[in-house]
Design a protein around this ligand. Structure first.
Ligand code: ARG
Ligand code: ZN
Length: 875
């Protein structure tokens, strides 16, 4: 049964205060909840009160201290209904018994490596006690946690610590009481209890509040928390300076757990993290891990205002907190690192994850209108496209308008559960702009295709652009309406500088931004003194596909001269893409694969241009991935031909530029490890050069890669070398894998990389390897990170082998979806989404993929999570 946005109505009752008492025991935790409930004035007295449950066992029930007779309520594991509740405010006391050890779904209260922890977003709180488990019911929580002292010396809850001590008459047990003064929805509830170590620091807010900061981890991991703690303090300062948001409790706790379905969770005052986004040191974390930790720590911290102080009225508004908070964490990382490099990385992620989602059967608007399982809507569209929409909003209202708008939003909606409409109204009000047309970005699914044809008239000195926008039909969205699309642009003259022009007709222009709003527009620039190279969509100012035919020579010119670094990168990527697509066609026709010289030249110039930021050079030297090319091809995709084309260009680049590459390799820096962006950029460039060198015909290539693997003093370099050895099937690969495993046997996160490298090798032997690894003593089907590092990595990071022509890759992944579904539906459903582009394959592969989906669909007792995805994929 689908839940629909238009059916929203407030609950008839509200819960104003919650006092929880949790008697922890591994297999039988006793929860006692005392809820202060009030009937809303619009609710008729006697209206039943229906509370959500999730697999609960009721042990006691009373109203205002008196046990209530059985005929006045009905109860199932998933629902508790009071048939005629008091019309005056009352206290409802509910006892429930739950089994944390049996909780393999990792939703609600569960144990990870012996530590009790919770995950309540979106609907996990109902697996702890019966409740109005919806984000618009805001209550003040007091939590008493009681456990055996030896089992759980650390007891953590939301808010501030109030009291703790031994339990009278039970010498082996102790308790702690936590109180959170800020009303919050149930999805932000959390508690943790276990035998954990911690690192401590402090932060003084700008108004002088002293906040104790602690990060809790398993014993022995304390020395891996420095980067996370540093990131936290920088996030707290940045949010004060840039958004004026200050922290509001006396403590801020982070707990890292090793079994976690998603990335992390912003529970009030007690963030719980997948340890992958906390733990880092030189030996076990890559530079990408460091960047991710910085971003996720910031993201969860920023939720304190965008999500917690101001939350969502209902789950359709998820992007209200997620899109905005992703935008905020992107801006934070941009300020901490290189803005251009961050923007390029974010757009790569958007195109590789969100664009395919938005073009297939799982497409949905940034604000969906219906869902059957909300956990399936924590998507790239809600998060990443949601952030792009906020970014466009900022472009349209300007930096000052945006600041004024967020100030108003924080002031007006603090303490509320609100909507996208309320958010947009703040910006409309401060800017005086009508944003109603812009709001379509929240309503309409699909990526607009913007096509531009340009013509220059030398006599009239005018440039004319014929522009159209269109979204291809999607399930449930046959046609689309034109959107407001801000296109930042520049007209580049033959000297490489941006040219001026006199006036523009046919579209509104604000500074360097063309604002499209119609299906078709003809835009005329006059006073343009020569035929310009057209630089469109600078900074990727809108989440659209841009088709503006451009010759290789013009792209090469812009790759060298565009003043916008994003478009400079994009020009080289587009050039490489065009060239690779020609190679794919040649591979499909069985012809010889000859790389275009323009591409070889442009990559050579980037490689030798020491004036550019190394991180930017590393990104510019990266070829579009196999999946990116498949997306460009769109239909009848043969992943083997794509792989061949890409390999051919890599080999040609390596062999053509061997001397430049050798020079780049010799520039590797030594000295103490520095995880900062600049040092990371140099490593990225050196490893990108190494990758091309390994693909070249140099006779000493394998030797050099093996040597770098042996000498690597950090995970980034070690993993880069290992990947080249394993993916290139080079001599020494097996020995290196063994050395890596021995070295990292005790670090689960490093071992994940060992699994991942093997799962993503584009070799015909990989499926067999992956099958063996799934039976390896180090594989653990119950640990989401491990499953992601093997099965998910194979399905999403190895297009040619997942998409084997015999269908065995699909079948293997389908087996895992089915096995996982019974224990952890959320992770199973997420894995299942890797089939979403199945219709884009050529006929043989797509029929194998369809058969795998059919088999999943026919399984009995499929979870609602997987049922939803498989149905949508097959519809
Ligand atoms: N709010 C969390 C974040 O953005 C994600 C939690 C998702 N959990 C889930 N079960 N869907 O960081
Ligand atoms: Zn979030």
């Amino acid at each position: 049964p689908a839940i629909r946005l238009e059916d929203y109505s407030p609950a008839p009752y509200t819960i104003e205060a919650v006092a929880l008492d949790m008697q922890l025991a591994p297999k039988a935790t006793q929860v006692h909840a005392r809820l202060t409930i009030r009937r809303l004035t619009d609710t008729l007295p006697g209206t039943p009160l229906v509370l959500d449950g999730g697999g609960l066992e009721l042990t006691s029930l009373s109203v205002n201290g008196v046990a209530i007779p059985v005929e006045s309520y009905t109860v199932t594991p998933d629902k508790l209904e009071l048939l005629s509740p008091p019309s005056e405010p009352f206290e409802l006391e509910i006892g429930t018994r739950i089994d944390p050890d049996a909780n393999t779904q990792l939703e609600g209260l569960y144990r990870s490596s012996g530590t009790y922890c919770t995950q309540c977003e979106a609907e996990g709180f109902r697996r702890i006690t019966y409740f109005l488990d919806r984000p618009d019911v805001l209550a003040v929580y007091t939590t008493r946690i009681e456990a055996r002292k030896s089992e759980a010396p650390i007891l953590l809850g939301n808010g501030n610590p109030v009291e703790s001590g031994p339990v009278p008459d039970k010498p082996e047990r102790h308790f702690a009481i936590w109180h959170d003064p800020h009303p919050k929805p149930s999805y932000l509830f959390a508690m943790v209890a276990g035998d954990l170590a911690h690192v401590a620091d402090s932060f003084t807010t700008r108004s002088g509040r002293n906040v104790d900061l602690k990060i809790y981890v398993e014993h022995g991991r304390e020395d891996k928390c420095d980067w996370a703690m540093d990131s936290l303090k920088r996030s707290m300062r940045w949010d004060e300076e840039v958004f004026g948001c200050e922290y509001d409790l006396d403590v801020f706790n982070i707990v890292a757990v090793s079994d976690f379905n998603m990335g992390a969770m912003e529970n009030k005052g007690l963030n719980i993290f997948n340890d992958k986004y906390v733990l880092a040191d030189q030996d076990t974390a890559t530079d990408q891990d460091y960047a991710n930790i910085e971003a996720v720590i910031a993201h969860e911290y920023f939720h304190n205002w965008t999500g917690n102080r101001i939350t969502c009225r209902d789950w359709f508004q998820l992007c209200l907190k997620e899109g905005l908070t992703v935008f905020r964490d992107q801006e934070f990382s941009s300020d901490m690192r290189s803005r251009a490099v961050k923007r390029i990385s974010d757009v790569r992620l958007l195109k590789s994850h969100q664009f395919p989602e938005d073009a297939g059967p799982l497409a949905h608007p940034v604000r969906p209108r219906k869902y059957t399982e909300i956990n399936n809507f924590y998507t790239a569209t809600v998060y990443e496209k949601g952030a792009e929409v906020v970014r466009m909003l900022k472009t349209l209202v300007g930096a000052d308008g945006f600041k004024a708008g967020t100030d108003l939003y924080f002031q007006r909606h603090d303490g509320e559960a609100t909507t996208i409409e309320a958010f947009l109204a703040c910006f409309a009000e401060v800017s005086g702009q009508d944003l109603s047309h812009f709001a379509l970005w929240y309503e309409q699914a699909g990526t607009p295709l913007v096509e531009v044809e340009s013509s220059y008239d030398a006599t009239a000195q005018s440039l004319t652009l014929q522009i159209s926008q269109e979204i291809a039909p999607l399930p449930g969205q046959a046609d689309s309406k034109p959107a407001v699309i801000p296109i930042r642009f520049g007209l580049i003259g033959s000297d490489g500088a941006d040219m001026s022009f006199d006036k523009v007709e046919g579209a509104e222009v604000r500074q360097d931004c063309l604002i499209l709003s119609q299906r078709r527009q003809t835009v005329r620039f006059s006073g343009v003194s020569e035929r310009p190279a057209l630089s469109l969509l600078r900074g990727f100012s809108a989440p659209v596909k841009l088709h503006a035919p451009e010759k290789d020579q013009d792209l090469a010119f812009r790759a060298a001269h565009d003043s916008d670094p994003f478009n400079r990168w994009q020009a080289s990527q587009t050039l490489a893409t065009q060239s690779l697509l020609r190679l794919v066609r040649a591979a499909e026709a069985g012809e010889e694969l000859v790389a275009d010289s323009v591409v070889l030249d442009v990559f050579g110039s980037i490689l030798s241009d020491g004036s550019l930021d190394p991180a930017f050079r590393a990104l510019s030297l990266q070829l579009p991935g196999e999946a990116d090319l498949a997306r460009e091809i769109g239909k009848n995709v043969d992943p083997t031909a794509v792989l061949k084309a890409r390999d051919a260009l890599r080999a040609a680049l390596g062999s053509t530029h061997m001397d430049l590459l050798r020079a780049a390799l010799s520039q590797r820096e030594s000295g103490p490890f520095d995880p900062g962006a600049e040092a990371a950029g140099k490593r990225a460039l050196a490893n990108q050069a190494l990758a091309y060198f390994a693909a070249s015909d140099a006779s000493d290539a394998a030797l050099i890669v093996n040597d770098l693997f042996d000498r690597a003093d950090n995970m980034t370099d070690r993993l880069a070398a290992l990947t080249l050895l394993v993916h290139g099937d080079l001599p020494g690969a097996q020995a290196a894998l063994e050395a890596f495993r021995n070295r990292h046997e005790t670090s689960s996160l490093a071992l994940d990389k060992w699994f991942m490298v093997q799962a993503t090798a584009p070799l015909s032997s990989t499926l067999e390897t992956v099958r063996d690894l799934a039976g390896h003593r180090l594989f653990d089907e119950n640990n989401p990170n491990r499953v992601r590092s093997l099965v998910h990595a194979f399905a999403t990071g190895n297009p040619s082998q997942f998409g084997r022509p015999d269908g065995a890759g699909f079948s293997f992944v389908a087996d895992h979806v089915l096995a996982l579904d019974a224990r952890n539906p959320q992770v199973a459903a997420r894995l299942l989404t890797c089939f979403r582009s199945w219709r884009a394959y050529e006929a043989q592969r797509s029929s194998h993929a369809e058969a795998a989906l059919q088999r999943i669909s026919e399984a009995e007792n499929l979870s609602r999570d997987s049922r939803d995805i498989v149905d949508r994929c097959l519809q």
